[in-house]
Design a protein around this ligand. Structure first.
Ligand SMILES: [Zn+2]
Length: 286
């Protein structure tokens, strides 16, 4: 099976850019089922990169229907050590304008129907999640955004909501009162599962519009929304190119040992079936 150390989770078409050579389309089967789609392995700046469309090609899955465990496990099984996630997000602050990018460093979880762990079922474990994103990736993403000429806000809190309906005005204003900068429906499970699988993870949020708290003066048309989505994905492609060039793969951060001391179930009491599943993503411990 083709291998790649860098993984990108995002929309489709992110790898459709100049200088990108598609090498392979890999179907991965994981102990948690199939990921959202086949994984595209491509070569960018002489690095192998694995692309996975979070919602499947053609956007077939709602955020609560995405099999996040299979997505993260599939990337891990093809050798991915670092994930850059891309997410269209709503803005909760006036200064985060449509088409700005946000690199959040904290999350508040407002999801409630989705599996958020590989553990359980006879193997109990607790990972640290005080800092939900890889600080080392963050130190590479911001300079790459500056180099690309993208306005990127840092030090923000991301609100991850259940959906699929967008928030009410009361909810949106509550999230604002909590100090949140952006809102989406897809990050918290990816971040937790990547941490458990000892993969470095960071999310780049692309602001598409203001969340519903904002009293819009200007009439928003479908054309404007589509144009913003197009501009955002063009910016994301340019950013990824500069970012991948600067990623050195040196994993000096703690992510690579995140689950090393997390498992608390005594070895002789562990459910053998669950141990077999976990071996696919954490072969050093199971
Ligand atoms: Zn890391």
């Amino acid at each position: 099976m083709a291998h790649a150390k860098i993984g990108i989770i995002g929309g489709t078409g992110l790898y459709e850019m100049d200088g990108v050579k598609v090498i392979d389309e890999v179907q991965v089967d994981t102990p948690w089922g199939k990921p959202s789609d086949s994984v595209t392995i491509a070569e960018i700046e002489n690095r192998k990169v694995a692309f996975l469309a979070r919602h499947g090609k053609g956007h077939r899955f709602l955020p609560n229907e995405v099999n996040n465990r299979a997505n993260i496990a599939a990337l891990k099984m093809i050798g991915v050590e670092e994930i850059i996630a891309i997410s269209a997000s709503g803005s909760l602050k006036e200064e985060i304008r449509p088409l700005d990018f946000v690199l959040p460093d904290q999350i508040i979880d407002r999801t409630w129907t989705r599996p958020s762990t590989f553990f359980g079922d006879g193997v109990a474990a607790h990972i640290g999640f005080a800092e939900p994103f890889c600080p080392r990736l963050h130190s590479q993403i911001k300079p790459a955004a500056d180099m690309t000429g993208i306005k990127m806000h840092t030090g923000q809190t991301l609100l991850c909501m259940e959906g699929p309906a967008f928030s009410t005005k009361a909810e949106s204003n509550m999230y604002r009162s909590w100090g949140c900068g952006v809102i989406n429906m897809s990050t918290v499970q990816e971040a937790k599962l990547a941490r458990e699988a000892e993969i470095c993870y960071a999310v780049i949020c692309m602001s598409t519009d203001y969340d519903c708290w904002h009293e819009v003066e200007e009439h928003v048309t479908i054309d404007m929304v589509i144009q913003n989505l197009r501009t955002n994905s063009e910016h994301a492609r340019n950013l990824l190119k500069n970012l991948i060039r600067s990623m050195d793969g040196e994993r000096s951060c703690a992510c690579r040992e995140a689950s090393k001391y997390a498992v608390i179930t005594a070895p002789e009491k562990r459910n053998p079936e669950q141990v077999r599943k976990l071996r696919a993503i954490l072969p050093d411990y199971f």
